[in-house]
Design a protein around this ligand. Structure first.
Ligand code: BTN
Length: 254
């Protein structure tokens, strides 16, 4: 394990080799060090986790990073951090690859797309409550590898002839994310994050399909509300607010 202290943000980055999941190591190191916040990256994950209980295949060559934060805000505001992180991922990629900036977009709730295929995802996990609450935001970016046969198409930077090393991307992401967490200001400025997220969102005003565990809704992607819910316009002027699910576009449904 290597440790790097960044005095400008007063944060330590722990760079690990093979791990089960960087989210687990972030919680563990948070407990062991007592730090307010810290970063963990790993070369490879043997039990990487995705959203909604899915595995996240984690071969060497991609970026696997987690930010641990102790009690960053009241629990009901913490889910907003996933939009802060998705925006930061998109901005870091756009900064690293200015010639491709138009190709990176955000898909609700917190995927980053490159030319309409998923290039990055994130998983926010919470432990404890009240004063003992801690949050980990785990982020994965497909630099070299991406899974095949996923419900939503996935891609990687190499497929687009883009050569960006995980370490170089992490340096930009770390800076962006810490700046955006500061801007978010424990949720007081979620409206700024929401606006920036919406500027980069795919499918706004368009027909979408939202799949939940045992249900599916079709409608128009109207908005992201001020709690991060997807606002889906249904027939006869009805509106449904969705907290968790997977978004698809009609041309992707066989
Ligand atoms: C998703 O889109 O399903 C979320 C993927 C999150 C993957 C990252 S990789 C780093 C961190 N550690 C994990 O086990 N998961 C997250």
């Amino acid at each position: 394990m290597q440790e790097f202290f960044d005095p400008s943000f007063n944060i330590t980055h722990y760079a690990l080799g093979d791990v089960q999941s960087t989210n687990d190591d972030a919680f563990r190191l948070g407990d062991e060090t007592g730090a307010e916040r810290l970063f963990v990256t790993a070369k490879r994950q043997l039990a990487g986790r995705g959203r909604r209980g899915r595995p996240w295949i984690s071969e060497e060559g991609n970026l696997y990073a987690s930010l641990f934060q102790r009690c960053p805000a009241p629990i009901e505001k913490c889910a907003e951090l996933s939009f802060v992180a998705a925006l930061s991922l998109q901005q870091a990629l756009a900064t690293a690859l200015p010639e491709h900036v138009e190709k990176f977009a955000l898909k609700w709730p917190n995927d980053v797309l490159l030319n309409d295929a998923k290039i990055a995802g994130l998983l926010l996990e919470a432990r404890g409550e009240g004063d003992t609450l801690s949050i980990v935001i785990g982020m994965g970016v497909n630099c070299l590898h991406s899974p095949k046969d996923t419900p939503y198409p996935a891609t990687n930077l190499k497929q687009h002839s883009i050569n960006l090393k995980p370490d170089a991307l992490f340096a930009l992401l770390k800076h962006r994310l810490l700046k955006n967490v500061e801007l978010w200001s424990k949720g007081c400025n979620f409206s700024i994050i929401r606006k920036q997220w919406l500027e980069r969102a795919v499918g706004l005003g368009e027909p979408i399909i939202v799949r939940l565990d045992n249900d599916q809704f079709e409608g128009t992607f109207q908005d992201l509300d001020d709690e991060g819910h997807l606002v889906l316009g249904l027939s006869r002027g009805k509106v449904k607010r969705i907290t968790a699910g997977d978004v698809f576009f009609p041309h992707q449904i066989p």
